[in-house]
Design a protein. Structure first.
Length: 353
């Protein structure tokens, strides 16, 4: 086991556990050593529902949004150098899948897909204090600050505003939007230049892709899919090289759908991957280098998270149950880079085409 204070070099997956007996703790896996478990960090008590994870290269701090057993939205802040919790506090009115500013100084925290607050919170990442509110709609859910920015936000609002993807300027906090989509949005992922975004959409077997430059939205439908209504396919991500998009299916369908993105506005389904659990998935993401895909089971399940070779699409291992995972790399004992809980594209090509 790696001592908390021991200098380290390597690539590590920090996975916030969601199984009932370990929920809220963090298991750390050595990516380059076959995802060997290095240590488990005990964090805070009373974690009932893990809602998201973010981390900063600049500060070496990791943040977990969760609800406690009383249903209160909370965030805890972990010092990854000392494996110690620096603060743990309630966030009014609630929390959901959060994002962090690239400089590490601000957290962007949605106020919950179950809530009615018409804003997200911007917090001081060093203390958890509220800095400001950004107003746009109610039932705010997944917040993302991708490689090229700006801040992205979706909502489960049923008043029509949930059919749009929102973009928030991190300097002026001006809000714009793309849409409408075919239904209320679910998980989404953005490419490396923040031009193309892929979306799970309620009521759709397949996905929609938006060109954020032109505003055009196309639908990539699944010709073959399970019987019945799709509800919301949950989990989607670009491979870091942006050659593919991987998409989870419905809660009862144990498959991942892989799309070729040679032309981002004309996706082609290339493979349907079977999961070992024989049940559905709820989230997926990738390591920074794009060698592995991490496919999480249904929310708060005890089923393991499955690791796939992102190139061959073969299953290569299992780790403990987690959908809130983030890569943190160290060089000579210092954090050198961090990944993302989302499957974001990482190709910084020109977006002028």
């Amino acid at each position: 086991m790696l001592a908390a204070h021991e200098p380290r070099t390597g690539r590590f997956l920090y996975a916030v556990n969601q199984a009932a007996t370990t929920r809220g703790s963090i298991s750390v896996y050595d990516i380059s050593a076959g995802h060997r478990l290095v240590k488990t960090i005990e964090t805070v008590r009373e974690v009932d529902d893990v809602r998201g994870v973010a981390a900063s290269t600049a500060t070496g701090r990791l943040y977990v949004a969760y609800r406690n057993r009383s249903g209160v939205g909370m965030i805890y802040c972990l010092d990854v150098y000392k494996d110690g919790v620096l603060w743990n506090r309630a966030i009014d009115p609630d929390v959901d899948r959060l994002a962090i500013h690239p400089g590490g100084q601000l957290l962007y925290v949605p106020t919950s897909e179950d809530g009615s607050a018409p804003f997200i919170n911007v917090l001081d990442a060093s203390t958890g204090d509220a800095v400001r509110k950004v107003y746009f709609s109610n039932r705010s859910h997944d917040t993302l600050f991708p490689v090229s920015g700006p801040l992205f936000q979706e909502t489960k609002a049923e008043d029509g505003s949930g059919k749009y993807l929102y973009l928030i300027d991190p300097q002026s906090y001006a809000v714009s939007r793309t849409g409408p989509y075919a239904g209320i949005l679910g998980p989404y992922a953005v490419d490396g230049t923040s031009r193309y975004v892929v979306n799970n959409v309620t009521g759709l077997w397949g996905m929609q892709v938006a060109d954020l430059k032109s505003g055009r939205i196309v639908t990539a439908g699944l010709a073959e899919h399970p019987h019945g209504e799709p509800g919301l396919l949950h989990g989607i991500g670009w491979t870091p090289d942006e050659r593919e998009v991987w998409q989870s299916s419905s809660a009862g369908d144990p498959h991942i759908y892989v799309w070729s993105m040679r032309d981002p506005m004309a996706p082609v389904l290339v493979e349907r991957i079977s999961m070992k659990s024989h049940r559905g998935a709820h989230w997926l993401t990738f390591d920074i280098e794009g060698n592995y895909a991490y496919v999480a089971p249904n929310k708060s399940s005890d089923d393991p998270t499955e690791i796939f070779d992102a190139h061959t699409h073969k299953s290569v291992g299992l780790i403990g149950s987690s959908e809130d995972m983030i890569e943190i790399d160290f060089a000579d004992g210092k954090v050198s880079r961090v990944g993302d809980q989302y499957g974001v594209g990482r190709i910084m090509r020109s977006s002028t085409n």
